[in-house]
Design a protein around this ligand. Structure first.
Ligand code: ADP
Ligand code: MG
Length: 173
């Protein structure tokens, strides 16, 4: 039995992409808190926020973190998971936490090139690169404090996986 691995970082840093590849490399299960929320509520993040507000969404997010936590699991977390201290503590106590770090312009560029269906309106209606800069300024210290390890997410997904395996001293399955 091995502890879960939590991937944290802003939207676009590669939590889903890298998480799936990492889970395959280790023979672990992959789970995603945003996806879990959508499955259990049958609504998108945007719909939950619109109908119940951010506080309710954040409470659901904390529940989803607990629900997906299991041994031998790689968990991609919602970008705002670190905003609640209780979530940060929970992740550090229950597993290994990895921050996928990349600058705002790289994240914005990736999100702008995603297929239409995967895109979300920005929270403020401002250009996504500007908004991403603000988000990182607000959250970088939380990602840094919460993570056991920080990985440069500008490398290819394969390299990111290799670095995570190295920093956790884990071998491919
Ligand atoms: P997150 O789950 O953190 O929001 P995703 O895994 O959905 O991020 O990735 C967002 C976009 O960036 C996707 O289009 C994905 O293909 C691309 N991407 C993810 N990781 C990398 C990477 N290391 N290098 C280049 N593009 C990437
Ligand atoms: Mg994702």
């Amino acid at each position: 039995m091995s502890l879960p691995i939590y991937l944290i970082g802003a939207r676009g840093c590669g939590k889903t992409t890298v998480g799936q590849a990492l889970s395959q490399a280790l023979g672990y299960v992959f789970n995603d808190t945003d996806h879990y929320l959508q499955l259990t509520t049958q609504r998108s993040v945007a719909e939950i926020v619109a109908s119940e507000g951010w506080d309710s969404f954040r409470a659901r997010e904390t529940e989803s973190l607990r629900a997906v936590t299991a041994p031998n699991t790689v968990i991609a977390t919602g970008g705002g998971m670190v905003l609640a201290e209780v979530n940060c503590r929970f992740m550090r106590e229950h597993g290994q936490v990895i921050w996928l770090n990349a600058p705002a312009d790289v994240l914005a560029d990736r999100l702008e090139h995603q297929p239409e269906a995967a895109q979300r309106p920005t929270l403020t209606g401002r250009p996504i690169a500007e908004e991403m800069g603000d988000i990182l300024r607000e959250r970088a210290h939380l990602y840094r404090q919460t993570a056991h390890h920080e990985v440069n997410a500008m490398q290819s997904p394969d390299r990111v996986v290799e670095q995570i395996l190295q920093s956790l001293s884990l071998a491919r399955a």
